[in-house]
Design a protein. Structure first.
Length: 102
């Protein structure tokens, strides 16, 4: 089951990076400000951690785990993700100022 993540509130990233990524075949993903990660999100304000969150495939689904200082938020919830969260089609992630559709 593939999973596509798409940044909704930007038309281009300042560094020319991709606005979306697709995971398939059980592949995981590390997201953050660090350019060496799977999906680097530029953030001059440094609200996004170097390694902000990770997505892993297990038990037939993709799971989000927040490893950041400032939090990862799902579906407009004001509480940051505290434990692994199983991603569903239609979810919206907030990472720094980015809104990312699942």
């Amino acid at each position: 089951m593939p999973l596509t993540l798409t940044i909704e509130n930007e038309t281009a990233l300042p560094d020319g990076g991709p606005l979306s990524v697709t995971l398939s075949g059980g592949r995981g993903l590390d997201i953050g400000r660090d350019q060496h990660l799977d999906w680097a999100l530029p953030d001059p304000t440094r609200a996004i951690s170097g390694r902000h969150c990770e997505i892993r495939f297990r038990d037939g689904g993709y799971w989000l785990r927040d490893v950041s200082t400032n939090g990862t938020y799902v579906n407009g919830n004001s509480n940051r993700v505290q434990s692994p969260y199983q991603l569903q089609h239609g979810d919206r992630l907030e990472i720094g100022h980015y809104i990312i559709a699942v």
